[in-house]
Design a protein around this ligand. Structure first.
Ligand SMILES: [Zn+2]
Length: 275
């Protein structure tokens, strides 16, 4: 269950090689990655672009989109946030058959920063809240050679050994200690709720935890500032529009919700709209 073992497994996994780089990253050194307060035009990593070329001389800015699918739990209930195991299996089989490759958040970040190459059809498969069915999610993804991104609050019912086991099959991101609507909390309380969760996840999993997802997709100005101050590399929203990689805002990466009862045809239409 060691860090080295996680890394070795990541290197052996049949996925985009950036996973190993993401897992090998050291923990953020605590300093802010962005100046505070952060004006939108700085956060956006969104320098003027002409015909796909960066004016910063960094090479080709990535004009493709990376769909970041958002799941919550895998079950046969009617809950809006549930996806049946059968539907998830169909969706993963389609992605696999159609050439999609899961990338790590670090791969996306590198593409945003320096135009690092991405696979031809990249996708991120994220699941929030640390429900028990994360095991089903991980196993289903693994059958198709995919790895997931797991956003866990401390309210998750997963035991620490379960977290370690799942962390070896994917990537772990922070999702707050108490899963609050952050906009109801003072700035200092937002910071503590996010930071304590991230520290615990690092301790438990031995992974760097450099991504965050806003609970309920709710945030205010302080939320984004705190996320930047704490050194997170990327923060994910719970919705959004398809956005070219070169135009993404690090503190608000959009995600595509996969709702309960979505037909495979509608799944395909939605995913393809994000390419
Ligand atoms: Zn959540």
């Amino acid at each position: 269950m060691s860090f080295e073992r996680s890394r070795a497994q990541a290197l052996a996994a049949p996925v985009f090689t950036g996973w190993s780089a993401a897992i090998a990253q050291t923990e953020p050194e605590g300093g802010p990655i962005l100046a505070i307060p952060v004006p939108d035009d700085v956060v956006n990593n969104n320098e003027p672009i002409e015909f796909g070329l960066s004016t910063m001389g960094q090479g080709t800015m990535e004009r493709r989109h990376v769909p970041a699918l958002m799941y919550h739990h895998i079950s046969d209930t009617n809950d809006r946030f549930a996806t049946s195991e059968a539907a998830l299996g169909e969706q993963m089989a389609w992605l696999h058959a159609n050439g999609y490759v899961t990338i790590a958040t670090g791969d996306l970040s590198a593409a945003m920063t320096s135009g690092a190459p991405l696979p031809r059809k990249p996708v991120m498969l994220t699941i929030d809240d640390g429900n028990r069915s994360d095991h089903v999610f991980a196993a289903t993804l693994a059958r198709h050679g995919f790895r997931g991104v797991y956003f866990w609050p401390d309210t998750s019912p997963l035991s620490e050994p379960e977290m370690v086991e799942l962390a070896e099959q994917g990537e772990i991101g922070a999702h707050t200690r108490t899963h609050p609507d952050l906009t109801t909390l003072a700035r200092a309380d937002q910071r503590a709720d996010i930071d304590e969760n991230a520290r615990r996840l690092r301790d438990v999993t031995g992974q760097p935890v450099v991504t965050f997802a806003y609970p309920y997709g709710r945030f205010d100005e302080a939320s984004s500032e705190v996320v930047a101050e704490l050194g997170f590399d990327l923060a994910f929203d719970a919705w959004g529009e398809p956005t070219a990689v070169g135009d993404l805002d690090r503190l608000h990466v959009p995600r595509l919700e996969i709702p309960n009862g979505l037909s495979l045809d509608d799944f395909i239409t939605r995913v393809e709209a994000w390419r």
